[in-house]
Unconditional design. Sequence first.
Length: 219
Amino acid sequence: MTHQVARRRPLRSLARNTDAVSVMEFALVLPLFMTLGMYGAEIAWLNATALEVSQVAVSMADNASRIGQTDNSGVTPTISSADVESVLDGALEEGASANLEDNGRVILSSLEGHPVTGKQYIHWQQCKGKGKQESKKGKADPSGGLLSSLVNGLTMGGKTIKAPNGGAVMVAEVWYEYKGLFGTLFIDKIMLHEEAAVIARDDRSVDNGLTGNDKKNAC
């Protein structure tokens, strides 16, 4: 009996020993807190990236709408492919922190009213970036002969947008493949798509589309 009591004493002593309990508890909950923290960082990064893509789309549409404002020749300017390329380059540069050029595509379309029929159509469309995505608004119809589903304008945000007679609406689209801050640990790859439209703020000649090499960045 005495020997049994003697053997039990170390066990009781060990049970009453509270040294390093906090360390043990911390070790147990650390993986959970790390997982929650990483997941929170992933969601925050995704939201920040989506906001950046949206801002690129708005800036691109706005910059495209201002092409020709600095022309002081007194002649209504015709937009060149070089003008449009500079807008596309600017959009890619704005999204450089997210590596937009390698992981996405920027698309700029000119929504106009046909000079004869008055129906809406995409007169020209230019793209840049290594992505292969296409515009959700359809392809360019230089002659206006196809006059597809855009005859009454295009829909954005639940509203129908139309170009004024003799004018144009610059429609910007940005595609971006979000690959995850931690790869696919928490989320699969997500294709972000943002768009914006701004009416051209300058007097421009829209009858002949783009001048210059419009095939270089054709979609």
